[in-house]
Design a protein around this ligand. Structure first.
Ligand SMILES: Cc1cc2nc3c(=O)[nH]c(=O)nc-3n(C[C@H](O)[C@H](O)[C@H](O)COP(=O)(O)OP(=O)(O)OC[C@H]3O[C@@H](n4cnc5c(N)ncnc54)[C@H](O)[C@@H]3O)c2cc1C
Length: 487
């Protein structure tokens, strides 16, 4: 039995933000994640947009934490060395009848405290985005983009370096409430903790049910995306959103530039029985057709990948009202902090959610600041972003910078080695991809996969049996061809 003061369940952006926030205090904090890496749930499968706060109903917790989180992100990202870009957003009306919707959004945003919103006409839209067809648009200059993998991993690494234990591949299976603590049983060892934070995303209803709170049900709602090749990046500069269709959840199929220079189309919104992240031909066609209404230049030839993410909705299909975030300590179960229904804008709100949870922890536990807390994380070197002289200096210092492993994203061998040396010791193909982008480009690792495998074998003495795409069960090889032939 391992002991701690706080046990966080879930290594998504919210759980990691909470872990980082609590690492500011003299507390023994442990985070458990069932997968073999952080950011393998919804946090790694979204639009990567820092929403400015005009989509969420005023007066809700969601609105408060959205606006607060959006204000916190620039300095948080700067502390953690995570790129953050205020590209601005246009919510585009294609016809005059859609203007009342823009006005409604602006009013909501003004009430919520979003800065700088204005409604602009078609000509002004053309000035900002020559390729976009619009009658008018709501312009939000402070809407921004970031890489959700980067943010989540940075939060987790910073929490770890400030003393939080982050334990991966550990699934919570049962929780027993004792007099003044909880016993948390996992597939490995058990933990005893005074406070438990349920940040399990799509499975948060099941975790709550383990302590007898069975009033919540998560309805998974999938959103699919296309990713476009970087050579189409100059098609748009801003986030471009439509006026969403009335009867569908979500914000409508939008066109999102990513911080790395791709464009994404999506997401769709489809209720499904189980949280499952496949993509479908029908939705891929639908995304293409809807996006072309805003941006006719897009072609199917531009697509390099599709993916999907699942929203943990608290309302079933057909509901007209969006549910608020649930962040509460049930009076029947003191010490158990539940976070349920943290759907969009959960990525944006994560730092504000973390502050709120820390304050809730502070209601029952003394929060003594840790003197040695270091808010900074050493930023990664994005070799391909550096000026030539700096590149030459680095190559001279370390020849591994001179060997390109991923041609599409210009990722060097040194960056792959650094990704492999991550503090969590997660060593698989997807973990490398999330950390240095090797395999994220046009060829989708067709070129770099064998090179990465070679590096893993050479530098970490991994055998073919240890080489995985991601977690257990995703082995890349079943043996060596010669050995297999002999058998
Ligand atoms: C299509 C889509 C688009 C979105 N776009 C945006 C956007 O642009 N901007 C924005 O702000 N928000 C966006 N969101 C919302 C945002 O992605 C989520 O709100 C956020 O990622 C939720 O983070 P989380 O940490 O709560 O959940 P998750 O990332 O799902 O983390 C929960 C973790 O808990 C772990 N877990 C579950 N059960 C157990 C268990 N029994 N034991 C141990 N661990 C467990 C899971 O493996 C998972 O890693 C979008 C969401 C979707 C689906």
């Amino acid at each position: 039995m391992r002991e701690c003061d706080i046990l966080i369940i879930g290594g998504g952006v919210v759980g990691c933000a909470i872990a980082r926030e609590l690492s500011k205090y003299e507390l023994k904090t442990i985070l458990l994640e069932k997968e073999c890496d952080v950011c393998m749930g919804t946090s790694g499968r979204n639009s990567g947009v820092a929403h400015a706060g005009f989509y969420v109903q005023s007066g809700t917790l969601k609105a408060e934490l959205n606006v607060k989180g959006h204000r916190m992100l620039p300095s948080l990202c700067s502390e953690l060395g995570v790129p953050y870009e205020e590209v601005g957003k246009l919510v585009v009306a294609k016809k005059a009848e859609e203007i009342p919707y823009l006005r409604k959004l602006k009013e909501t945003g003004d009430r919520n405290g979003t800065h700088g919103l204005e409604i602009i006409d078609g000509e002004e839209v053309k000035g900002l985005e020559p390729n976009i067809r619009a009658f008018a648009a709501l312009y939000s200059p402070s809407s921004a983009i970031l890489d959700p993998f980067d943010l989540t991993i940075a939060l987790a690494e910073n929490a770890l370096s400030n003393g939080v234990r982050i334990i991966l591949s550990t699934k919570v299976e049962d929780i027993k409430k004792k007099k003044d603590n909880f016993t948390v049983k996992t597939n490995k060892v058990s933990y005893r903790s005074k406070i438990v934070v349920n940040s399990a995303g799509l499975y948060s209803d099941k975790i709550a049910a383990m302590v007898g709170i069975d009033k919540y049900r998560i309805y998974p709602c999938r959103g699919e995306y296309h990713i476009l090749d970087k050579n189409r990046r100059n098609l748009i500069k801003h986030l471009v959103y439509p006026v969403p269709p009335k009867d569908v959840g979500g914000l409508g199929v939008h066109i999102t530039p990513t911080i790395h220079g791709n464009i994404m189309l999506g997401p769709s919104a489809e209720y499904i029985c189980e949280p499952e992240v496949s993509t479908t031909c029908e939705v891929m066609d639908q995304l293409y057709n809807e996006a072309r209404e805003l941006l006719p230049e897009i072609s199917r030839m531009d697509f390099i990948r599709s993916f999907s993410g699942v929203r943990p909705k608290l309302t079933p299909a057909g509901s007209t009202k969006a549910a608020d975030f649930v962040i509460e300590e049930d009076p029947q179960t003191p010490g158990f902090i539940n976070l349920i229904g943290i759907e969009s804008p959960g990525l944006t709100a994560a730092p504000a959610i973390a502050e709120k949870v820390a304050a809730m922890v502070g209601d029952s536990t003394e929060l003594r600041s840790k003197e040695e807390f270091n808010p900074r994380r050493k930023p990664k070197i994005g070799f391909n972003q550096l000026p030539d002289e700096e590149k030459a200096r680095l190559i001279k210092e370390d020849p591994a910078y001179g060997r390109i492993v991923c041609r599409c994203e210009s990722v060097t061998e040194r960056e792959v080695l650094d990704a492999l040396d991550n503090p969590f010791k997660v060593r698989n193909i997807d973990a490398i991809k999330r950390r240095c982008r090797a395999g994220m480009g046009r060829c989708q690792s067709g070129f770099c996969l064998p090179k990465i495998v070679e590096i893993m074998e050479e530098h970490h003495s991994m055998t073919e049996k240890d080489l995985r795409l991601n977690c257990e069960g995703s082995e890349l090889f079943i043996g060596r061809a010669k050995d297999l032939r002999r058998k």
